[in-house]
Each structure stands twice: as structure tokens, then as C-alpha cells.
Design a protein around this ligand. Structure first.
Ligand code: 13P
Length: 252
């Protein structure tokens, strides 16, 4: 059975002290009253990963990075490699977040390379896909997502593909307060699972976790997670408040 996952993407927020404080609070709340069936991943900025790791129970909470280099090592000033991320104790890495695609012009080809490197070293890629409002209004949302998946991750061998977590994050829902409706989320997640089934078979499709992201909060999470094909969330803003994040973890 596929895993339920709630991952908190802190983006470029918190300094070291406030990040550690948040991690300690989240850790405590989860220990006291977190749904034990949900895998929890905290994804702080690179600079805080080590401290956050040491502030939580690593048996209960896993840590991820928000990005990685598409190169494995060498003269790439400012880049962070998958090897560095793995060596610090993180287990997950977000790849292809729309903010990386849009602001930093990351291409499908780069994202494919990043995913490949992550899989090779044993990090779990959280591969993001999702359409803009313009693309949805033009009714191109399914083809946009299909192309992102085709170019990014559908070329891997089945045993590698099965290690990936997918996050559907419609760009228009990110940070806007306007989440996808439960119907819109379910429709796209079902579409994605169907694509996986056609490409890799039904068993693989049934085992892949597909997370929803975009203005998901403690108030709307239970309606979103109640859908058959929504296996959890990739949470931005609401992951910066420990109680809100706990509310999402307990929304299943
Ligand atoms: P918000 O939850 O702030 O909309 O962000 C979602 C997101 O981009 C998570 O990766």
C-alpha cells in the first residue's frame, strides 16, 4: 500500500534559530499527537538541514532538501550536490518545484538529470509538476502535466521510477490562498496515476504516492486528502506554523 506523506517545504524562510525552534515544536507536537500512519518530512533551507536533523526524532521525522545540483561534483560555485545532501543525513529532495522552473529557468532536461542523480545516490525525489492558470484556462493542464512527467521521470526503469514521490502543485494555487478544489485535485491525481499505470503497470501506479500542494492548510486538508488518489501534501506556508502543520498531518 502506498504511503501517506506530509512534507513541509519551508522555502526561503526562517533563520537558523527560528528554524530550529520550529523543528523542535513540530517534533514535540508530532510525538504527542501526530497520526502515526503519516510519514512526515521537513524540508528546510540547506543551511538549516543539519540543525533541524539534530532537533527532531529521526525515527519519526525525515529531512529533505529543496533542490540539488544537476551536476555531481566539481567547479559549480554555489551548487549543492546530491552527495552532500545525502551525507548530511537528508533522505528526500524536491525536484522541479515551479519556483525553480519559473524563476531559475530549470528545464525538463535538468530536472531529469537531478532526478537520476538523486535516485543513484539513494535520495527520494519529490518530483513536482503542475500547470499555470493560463494553461488551465486554455484547457491544457492535462497535457502540460503529462509532458512534465514524460520528460522528467517517465524514462526511468520501473524499479527506479517506483522510488519517486510525485507532487501535483498547480502554479495558480501556490501561495495564493486559492487551493485546487478536492474535485480538481482528484481529477489530476487520477489522471497521473492512470498515466503511470499505462507506462509501468497497475501495481506500480497503485504504489506511488501522489501529493497535492498549493494553499493546502489545516482547514482544507481533510477534504483534499479524503480523495482516493491524494496521498498527502507538499505544504508551503502552513508548514511554518507547528500547529497548522500538525493539523494537516492529522487531516487523514
Ligand atoms: P503554499 O502551501 O504556500 O501554497 O506552497 C505550496 C508549495 O509550493 C509547496 O512546495
Amino acid at each position: 500500500m502506498r504511503k501517506k506523506i506530509v512534507a513541509g517545504n519551508w522555502k526561503m524562510n526562517t533563520d537558523l534559530e527560528s528554524g530550529k525552534k520550529l523543528a523542535v515544536e513540530v517534533n514535540q507536537l508530532i510525538a504527542e499527537k501526530g497520526n502515526p500512519e503519516v510519514k512526515v518530512v521537513l524540508i528546510p533551507p540547506f543551511t538549516h538541514i543539519f540543525a533541524v536533523l539534530n532537533s527532531v526524532n529521526s525515527q519519526r521525522i525525515e529531512i529533505g532538501a529543496q533542490n540539488c545540483s544537476s551536476e555531481s561534483k566539481g567547479a559549480f560555485t554555489g551548487e549543492v550536490s546530491v552527495e552532500m545532501i545525502k551525507s548530511i543525513g537528508a533522505t528526500h529532495v524536491i525536484i522541479g518545484h515551479s519556483e525553480r522552473r519559473n524563476y531559475f529557468k530549470e528545464t525538463d532536461e535538468m530536472l531529469n538529470k537531478k532526478t537520476k542523480l538523486s535516485l543513484e545516490i539513494g535520495l527520494t525525489p519529490i518530483f513536482c509538476c503542475g500547470e499555470t492558470l493560463e494553461q488551465r484556462n486554455a484547457k491544457n493542464h492535462f497535457s502540460v502535466v503529462e509532458e512534465q512527467l514524460n520528460k522528467g521521470i517517465f524514462g526511468f526503469e520501473k524499479n527506479d521510477f517506483e522510488k519517486i514521490v510525485i507532487a501535483y502543485e498547480p502554479v495558480w494555487a501556490i501561495g495564493t490562498g486559492l487551493n485546487a478544489t478536492p474535485e480538481q485535485a482528484q481529477e489530476m491525481h487520477f489522471f497521473i496515476r492512470n498515466l503511470i499505470s499505462k507506462k509501468f503497470g497497475n501495481e506500480t501506479a497503485e504504489n506511488i504516492s501522489i501529493l497535492y500542494g498549493g494553499s493546502c492548510n489545516a482547514a482544507n486538508a481533510s477534504q483534499l486528502f479524503a480523495n482516493q488518489d491524494v496521498d498527502g501534501g507538499l505544504i508551503g506556508g502552513a508548514s511554518l506554523k507547528a500547529n497548522d502543520f500538525l493539523g494537516i498531518i492529522n487531516a487523514f
